[in-house]
Design a protein around this ligand. Structure first.
Ligand code: GTP
Ligand code: MG
Length: 241
């Protein structure tokens, strides 16, 4: 419990048997965490078994994609009593102990976004070279510019999974999201702006993937595809409704 609120950690997972147990244990060790929910998104390996053994609840989601998995995980957690939702990844690139920062900032906000572009907090070996860092910052600045009026947001990352939000926030923005893949990440931010929710950003540590394979940013082509998809989503949310 965090100040009387039930805390659920949501982890989307696609073939992450090598890292999932350590990630679940890392987050379960954080005092305020009540539940860890792993979303098994058609995994072909032993992700679900490893997650259960480590003490997670496992939810199955058949629609493929990062966005579908996160949506299913949040719907499940909220409908079963969670008050605070923490989103993170299955690959060990985020640290459980950073959860406290997000939680404390959440007391004054509707949603808290981690940012992975603070150079002092990018660990050796992390998949955040200059191109990715500046790509993320540039996309964040585009989003910032588009939404400057009326919200004047300040953003330096649009794709960081590590986030905290209230169940109430998800109830407000969930129905307005539809992206299946990584574009769900900026879509959540835009939807929060559309609903005039208070959204702030906090630097988090970002490390190397501890095993398994990268799904969104393994090659230049994958990064370009992810970035283009995110840009289209940001434009759609701002100008098309
Ligand atoms: N459920 C589900 N999860 C996915 C899917 N693709 C990626 N994920 C998960 O979403 C998170 C982010 O995917 P990553 O492959 O780590 O993508 P990334 O963080 O951009 O890239 P790296 O961390 O650098 O490898 C991980 O926990 C993945 O297991 C998917 O299709 N379905
Ligand atoms: Mg990752």
């Amino acid at each position: 419990m965090f100040q009387g609120h039930q805390v659920a950690v949501i982890i989307p997972a696609y073939n992450e048997e090598g890292t999932i147990a350590d990630v679940v244990s890392d987050f379960r060790a954080i005092e305020c965490v009540d539940r860890v929910v792993v979303v098994d998104n058609n995994c072909k390996d032993a992700t679900a078994e490893r997650a259960r053994e480590a003490g997670a609840e496992v939810v199955e989601e058949l629609s493929p994609g990062y966005g579908c998995a996160l949506r299913a995980g949040m719907n499940h957690a909220v409908s079963t009593g969670a008050d605070v939702l923490i989103l993170t990844e299955a690959d060990g690139s985020f640290w459980g102990k950073d959860l406290w920062k997000l939680a404390y900032y959440l007391l004054d906000a509707d949603m808290v976004l981690g940012t992975r572009t603070t150079r002092q907090m990018v660990q050796q070996g992390a998949n955040m070279d200059k191109l990715l860092r500046w790509g993320n910052v540039s996309m964040a600045k585009i989003l910032e510019l588009f939404w400057y009026l009326p919200h004047e947001p300040r953003l330096t990352d649009v794709g960081c999974t590590y986030r905290a939000l209230w169940a109430q926030t998800w109830n407000t923005i969930g129905a307005g999201t539809r992206e299946a893949g990584p574009s769900f990440s900026p879509e959540m931010i835009c939807e929060a702006y559309r609903k005039a929710l208070r959204t702030i950003e906090v630097p988090v540590n970002y490390g190397a993937r501890k095993g398994g394979e990268s799904k969104h940013s393994a090659s230049f082509m994958k990064v370009a595809k992810t970035a283009l998809g995110m840009f289209k989503t940001i434009c759609r949310k701002r100008f098309l409704g």
